[in-house]
Design a protein around this ligand. Sequence first.
Ligand SMILES: [Zn+2]
Length: 100
Amino acid sequence: MNLIIRGVTYEVREVDEIPPQDVDNADDDDVVLGALDWMHSLIEVRRDLPTERKTITLLHEVIHALAEDMDLSEEQTEEFAWRMYDFLRRNRFDVEMTWT
Ligand SMILES: [Zn+2]
């Protein structure tokens, strides 16, 4: 699946694991659910997440890409992802992604 974010086409890829060493702000013992790779225009999300958690993780990474120049903290990004997910669901936006 591809998503266009601020004019850039990102590939969204489901992966079995995301090594914390590959993520800037992760500690070595963190379980990383998703990651945004600016250099390769790639978003990775763990395949084994429940659907709702997977969608929120994807939104989290999308918000990172959308808010690149807005200096959001990790906590603000996560809170924004949950609020966005809730907004989309309550207003019946189709937020279920087709993971292929
Ligand atoms: Zn993040």
